[in-house]
Ligand binder design. Sequence first.
Ligand code: UDP
Ligand code: MG
Length: 324
Amino acid sequence: MTEPSAGGDDQLRRTVTLLVPVFDEEEVVDRFHTEVSAVLAGLHSYVFEILFVDDGSRDSTPERLARLALADPRVSILRLSRNFGKESAMLAGLDVVASDAVILIDVDLQDPPALIVEMLAAWEEGYDDVYARRRTRAGESAVKRASSRWYYRLLQRTTRIEIQTDTGDFRLLDRRCIDVLVRLRESERYTKGLYSWIGFRKKEILFDRAPRAAGRTKWNYPRLMGLAVDGFTSFTTTPLRISTFLGLIVSLAAFIYLVVILLRTIFFGIDLAGYPSMMAVILFLGGVQLISLGIIGEYVARIFTESKRRPVYVVQEHHRGDPR
Ligand code: UDP
Ligand code: MG
């Protein structure tokens, strides 16, 4: 995994791999290749490889990729044995990349290829992790924007590492970052946090995110909710602590109340009213207990998945292109 750079070129040009995860993207792969080639054509001082990680596509994407590879020697294809999800596909790509830097980019042209030029310029200045941050979130509902803002605020308050907002996977990573990222083998990968965790010199580039060129997004609300929970369980144990404190506070209150009832019964006799208040307390505590159990369950589930130590992805085949 830590091979030296593949810059076997006599002119000592540095090598850069565009790492493109694709899953059922027959409508856009060709267009992506055309647009990216146009940008790369203006960059003579680098050796490029375009690595498509086919994340188990079920449509004609594999055939289209194979055709691209025939026509363009810079194209490499890493095909996974089934759909493992974008995060795993990216790790698969990082594992095989031998270049000096990698640029992670979506195939649907939501990440403008033109930004590659700026990223490379920042890399030349010595930055290790150059990431693109959305200036606007056009085309997203107010509810989605608000919930995302609150989520990140909450996550940020509970963890010590800085979580970048409005930032996706569109970024350039230096060899240094790649070498560290591939050592983080957790299976439910929350890459947004991992990029921050590794540290190194970071630089932000602002851009306007375009709508998808064609095809459909694979994200839906349940999947987003799952990712949101992963964000917490992989980067902070604060929820566990909150439930501990909540338990302490409630028990303390209950103890005080117990003493009050005891004293009242001794001095003023037995009084049997209070069914509604008892129901309220029981239901409230039942709810609190279920939530706490759920929180513990989330962490136990994480331990369960990680303890199986399964590989994060399985490769079906790897076609190595000829970077130039
Ligand atoms: N993708 C993938 N595996 C998946 C889902 C998505 O490799 O299981 C790829 C997809 O082909 C695209 C990128 O990840 O290149 C981003 O996916 P998408 O556009 O659906 O996400 P969004 O841009 O809506 O966040
Ligand atoms: Mg997209």
